[in-house]
Design a protein around this ligand. Structure first.
Ligand SMILES: Nc1nc2c(ncn2[C@@H]2O[C@H](COP(=O)(O)OP(=O)(O)OP(=O)(O)O)[C@@H](O)[C@H]2O)c(=O)[nH]1
Ligand SMILES: [Mg+2]
Length: 367
């Protein structure tokens, strides 16, 4: 009991310090939510709960994706400084579930963002590594809550364009930017259609020197390609937009900022901004539930063994995947029914009218 109080006092103090803008407390808090050690989970959740409502009212979460070398870090340096000049506080979080980059790239990032990483109005946090996509998603979402509580009202979540990480980042941000390099000719650089459909703003970087003309052609190609996509109800008429920038020379950055503000203002006005965040929360709940139920079922001795056995049957081609899943679910349902205390039919689910009572008990009257 006493230990628990001490723990709570420590979390309270940490939350207080983060809210007060203490960067070291913020760093420790993010380390806590990123921890994969089970004994840290309760503290991490307690911290997030204390901070979730402490954020300034008008935060904007900006997702940014692009292949390695396209200029993400160089762009964030300029863009971040431009946001600061407009009076914002900027946090940069990186997501790299592939863990292809390790400690070295963090140094690389800081040297690519020399001014931003020193700015008191900015906070740059490298990617947590060594976890599943789901784990990274949860930790990043919690890190967003923490930096917002510390007063950072513009949060950039960067991901390198591999695998499913773009979808994950798009699902936790308000605006999604796709950064591209000038491409050769008319092909669309093998950008997956799904990613293009997620983008709110496509930014063609490196529009400078010899690449300037090619960048303009690439912009026109993407603008044409976007016009072929279905208009999305969450967009004002002239979105998604394609813009050219030179992160290196710092040109076009203001236009990107302006486009984001325009889009956010429009979505706020239309109620879409808030609705999207609510939808994201609901989706998070569903995912947490799915992951948690699966983990708890797998951890059960009997069901866990059955799942392992059925996995073998499926792999050997003796059973279809759906049949195997169906067997596990049937076993689970049987268990739930057996564990329901007498007279608790309501908790086990209301009987359908006219339907045979499967448990043979008397259907509860609604009186
Ligand atoms: N010409 C030109 N070069 C640029 C521009 N932006 C970035 N670069 C160069 O492109 C290279 C990669 O830039 P980064 O900002 O490190 O790219 P990144 O997308 O962060 O790369 P990763 O972190 O490896 O994924 C560097 O040599 C930059 O100087 C630009 O606008 N114009
Ligand atoms: Mg980088």
């Amino acid at each position: 009991m006493r230990r628990r109080d001490e723990g709570q006092g420590r979390i309270d103090a940490m939350a207080e310090a983060i809210r007060g803008g203490d960067r070291r407390a913020l760093a420790r808090g993010i380390t806590l939510v990123e921890s994969t050690r089970p004994e840290h989970r309760a503290d991490a959740e307690a911290l997030v709960v204390r901070l979730e409502r402490a954020a300034p009212g008008d935060t904007v979460r900006i997702g940014l994706t692009g292949t390695p070398g396209v200029g993400k870090s160089t762009f964030i340096e300029r863009f971040g400084l431009s946001l600061i000049a407009a009076g914002h506080k900027v946090a940069v979080l990186a997501v790299d579930p592939s863990s292809t980059r390790s400690g070295g790239s963090i140094l690389g990032d800081k040297t690519r963002m020399p001014r931003l990483s020193r700015a008191p109005e900015a906070y740059i946090r490298p990617s947590p590594s060594g976890a599943t996509l789901g784990g990274v998603a949860q930790r990043t979402r919690e890190a967003i809550a923490l930096v917002e509580a510390a007063g950072f009202d513009r949060v950039i979540v960067e991901t390198v364009g591999v695998g499913q990480s773009e979808t994950m980042v798009a699902e936790m941000t308000d605006v999604f930017l796709l950064l591209l390099a000038p491409g050769g000719g008319d092909e669309l650089q093998g950008v997956k259609r799904g990613i293009m459909e997620m983008a709110d703003i496509i930014v063609i970087n490196k529009a400078d020197g010899d690449l300037a003309a090619q960048a303009e052609r690439t912009r026109a190609d993407y603008a044409a390609a976007l016009r072929l996509l279905r208009h999305r109800p969450e967009d004002p008429p002239d979105f998604p937009r394609v813009l050219t920038v030179s992160a290196l020379e710092g040109r076009g950055i203001g236009e990107v900022q302006e486009a984001i503000e325009t889009l956010v203002a429009w979505r706020r006005e239309a109620g879409i901004f808030a609705a999207r965040r609510k939808m994201q929360e609901r989706a998070r709940f569903r995912r947490a539930l799915e992951t948690g139920i699966l983990a708890s079922v797998t951890a059960d001795d009997e069901l866990g063994a059955e799942i392992a056995r059925l996995g073998g049957e499926v792999a050997a081609g003796r059973l279809r995947a759906e049949q195997a899943a169906g067997q596990v679910i049937a076993a689970l349902e049987a268990r739930l029914a057996a564990s329901a205390p007498a007279g608790s039919e309501v908790a086990a689910g209301p009987p359908e009218t006219g339907a045979e009572d499967r448990r043979g008990g008397k259907a509860p009257s609604s009186a």
